[in-house]
Design a protein around this ligand. Sequence first.
Ligand SMILES: CC(C)(COP(=O)(O)OP(=O)(O)OC[C@H]1O[C@@H](n2cnc3c(N)ncnc32)[C@H](O)[C@@H]1OP(=O)(O)O)[C@@H](O)C(=O)NCCC(=O)NCCS
Length: 189
Amino acid sequence: MPKLSITYKILKKLGIHLSPVKYGEINPFELLGKAIRLWKNEILQMLAKSSVIIIPAPLAVRVLRPMLHRWRGVKVGRNVSIDQEVIFDSVYPEKIHLADGCIIANGVQIIVHKRDFSDYKEGDNVNDLGYIITDTYVGRGATIGIGAIILGGITIGDGAVVAAGALVTKDVEPYTLVAGVPAKLIRKF
Ligand SMILES: CC(C)(COP(=O)(O)OP(=O)(O)OC[C@H]1O[C@@H](n2cnc3c(N)ncnc32)[C@H](O)[C@@H]1OP(=O)(O)O)[C@@H](O)C(=O)NCCC(=O)NCCS
């Protein structure tokens, strides 16, 4: 556990209990920088989710939304299609990699951070835990169906299809179809 900074202690007194492992040594400048970065990311995400209001759907899907997510830090390849209401990790968008030609349908969520529960035990406060942050890759020409959730550290192979509503907790082989919660192999193409 790091030595806790005054900024951290003030935040905790104000009822903002951040992870001491991750934020314990934070200073006011870092705090401001992080807050502004998060704010920027949230605003761009909000614009991306509803960008059909600004320009018609095909352009929103193929041009505006990929651009807004690139500005957030998501690594977006060429000719990527991103539909409405998609959520790419609010805090670590730069850990998400979308290869050329992949399709991300409505309501997909890719979340690359989670609490580190490895030493968690009865009586612990979950807010004291650190985080595990891992990159997630969507391969060339892969299709992610409506409402699918993909977790951190996952690689979706080239040309793979993730069915609507799937929860992907393991890597998906190229040119296979997975479905369900958790996602399982349905067939190879
Ligand atoms: C993945 C998908 C394309 C599969 O369609 P398909 O090739 O016609 O496959 P089938 O309907 O023949 O289904 C094959 C098996 O997978 C199962 N399955 C299909 N989709 C499923 C899903 N979303 N969740 C769980 N199981 C599913 C079927 O029940 C079937 O199982 P069975 O063999 O035991 O009967 C389709 O189900 C899907 O999820 N489409 C996404 C729609 C979408 O997101 N559209 C926007 C695209 S931009």
